[in-house]
Every structure is written in C-alpha cells, then in structure tokens.
Design a protein around this ligand. Structure first.
Ligand code: SF4
Ligand code: SF4
Length: 124
C-alpha cells in the first residue's frame, strides 16, 4: 500500500551549497505566474539559486509569484517536482527550442545575461 509520504520521495534535499550553469541545458523551467501562490517553497531547492520573487511593482500584490532567471537555469526539474509534490503545480519544464520559440528569448552556453537575450518575434 502506498504511503501518504511517497510523493515526498520525488523531492531531493535542498543543496548545501549552490553551483552554476556550465553549458546550455536541454530544458528550462518556466513559472506560470497566474498559477503561482508565491509560497517560495521551491526557492531553496534550486541548485543554482535562480528562482526569485518577481518585482513587487509588476502586480502590486502583497505576495508576488516567483520567476526563473532563465539563462541561469540548468534544467534539473527539481523546482517543478517541489511545486507539484509539496505545494501546487505552477512550473513547466520546456525544451530549449520550445522556450526560445515561445518566449522570443535566446539562451546562451554561459549564464549571462541572467534572463537571456530578447529576440524579435518572427514576422508572420
Ligand atoms: S513552489 Fe510553486 S507555487 Fe510555490 S512559489 Fe514555487 S512555483 Fe510558486
Ligand atoms: S529546473 Fe528549477 S531547480 Fe533546476 S535549475 Fe532550473 S529553476 Fe533551478
């Protein structure tokens, strides 16, 4: 019989110290800001410390959602597992190609600039 605590097993311990991105990953995390409660449960689990609250003036609400510094993300999916298993379901993992096409942001092999390089949408 499944234990009520089984879903916690998908969640690793928070990192003792942070590392950093060395190359462009295959996946990147994207927060659905409309679905995020701003609980920040995911924040200490990110191995590269790239999750932070959005600036308060963006929504002008007491507890803003979080956002990912996309170009620092290593695509480990830990934040998505934390959100799904411990709190909510507000983080999607996208392939880099999908992310760059949908968000019109180019990611790089290093972690600069933190949010990637905006690119102009293709004319339709
Ligand atoms: S755990 Fe989920 S709901 Fe909580 S801040 Fe992170 S993304 Fe938002
Ligand atoms: S997938 Fe989530 S936990 Fe992993 S590096 Fe990216 S933002 Fe951090």
């Amino acid at each position: 019989m499944a234990s009520p605590y089984d879903h916690y097993k998908a969640v690793p311990n928070p990192p003792a110290k942070f590392s950093e991105k060395k190359k462009k990953p295959k996946l990147v995390a994207v927060v659905d800001e409309d679905n995020c409660t701003g609980c920040q449960a995911c924040v200490p689990f990110c191995p590269v410390d790239c999750i932070a609250p959005v600036p308060k003036d963006k929504y002008n609400i007491p507890i803003p959602p979080v956002q990912i510094k996309f170009n620092e993300c290593i695509g480990c999916s830990v934040c998505a597992r934390v959100c799904t298993n411990l709190t909510w379901d507000a983080i999607d993992m996208l392939t880099i190609n999908e992310f760059e096409a949908v968000h019109h942001i180019e990611l790089t092999d290093d972690k600069f600039p933190p949010y990637g390089i905006p690119k102009a949408p293709k004319a339709t």
